[in-house]
Write a protein that binds this ligand. Sequence first.
Ligand code: HEM
Length: 340
Amino acid sequence: MVAARTIKIMRSAVVPISSRRHSGILSVYAAIVMGFMVLVILEGAVVRATGSGAGCGDHWPLCNGVFFPHHPRLATLIEYTHRFLTGICTALLAVLIGWTFLARPRGHRARRAAVWSGVLLITEALLGALLVKGGYVENNASGMRVLIQCVHFTNTMLLLAAITLTWSWLRDRPQPAIAGRRARSAAWLALGTTLLVGALGSVAALADTLYPPASLHSALLADFTAHAPLLVHVRWLHPAFALLALGCAIWLAVQIRGGLGRLVLTLIGLQIFLGAMDVLSLAPALMQVLHLLGADLYWIALVFACAAVLAPRPGLQSVPSRGTSAPGEPQRFNFQKRIL
Ligand code: HEM
């Protein structure tokens, strides 16, 4: 009943009818940019999984010193495609930022999220350039490469989060707003553990690329053998922390309930299944790409759900999360009464 009341309040949020269609197109465009960004991320995994990171030599932004590579080998094609898609994505994002600034008033949070997307895209490109220029590609197994790889992947996740928030805050559709201290703690924990799992996943992916497992038995043994390379040694941390992230996601889903909670749980369940398949099939490139796609979809859903908890839309009343107050007790949270 409380949820129905909230939806009613949200529907009545003041949005001029004339601007609704325009807003709708803008949020669809933001969703397209988000989908394109996922494509670029997946292509990045293809570059790593096929060892094509040096396909353009140590040249950046040119490829082997030229704009269009002549008679490219496969590695050059793969790396060049990644750079080409990144260029298109940059242009799409620039349009999104400009459009958001035109369509939303000063101080609107979609504007802030759009600016963050731009900033994180620049740092993403700089980190990618650092990998190429510093020679942290192909068979380089140095600690520095591992560190840059982790930072690079964390930046990727933050970039995807910023675009997700831009899209989410451009939408004029009702979105559930959930209040409560426990829900907020669960949201922060779920976000934090997933970021950690992602960074550790990028290390596991690097380990599988540099030291491809010969068999499941030898791969599992190598994780705990004293003389195994450090990269292989820390591989088990990724699935271990994924279970911790699962615990946090379950706690979050219990707090927020409803379709959003079920979506988060379904996607993390699918992701853990894909991870297990990845290990059992000795991480072929296709499986790696599928697992990364699962991670991106889960991350988008999680950020969307956490936004409803941590930054509900101004001007809307909030639904209490589970356990916020006992039946009949007065609510223990502050209603959001600000007007946009
Ligand atoms: C919350 C759940 C999970 C998330 C968000 C997640 C995310 C990721 C990410 C982002 C990568 C790096 C992909 C890349 O850079 O190409 C990765 C790699 C990997 N993950 Fe997970 N993962 C999860 C659960 C699991 C589980 C439970 C397992 C094993 C049972 C697993 C096994 C692997 C393996 C073997 C790799 C390296 C090969 C590859 O890149 O696919 N993951 N994971």
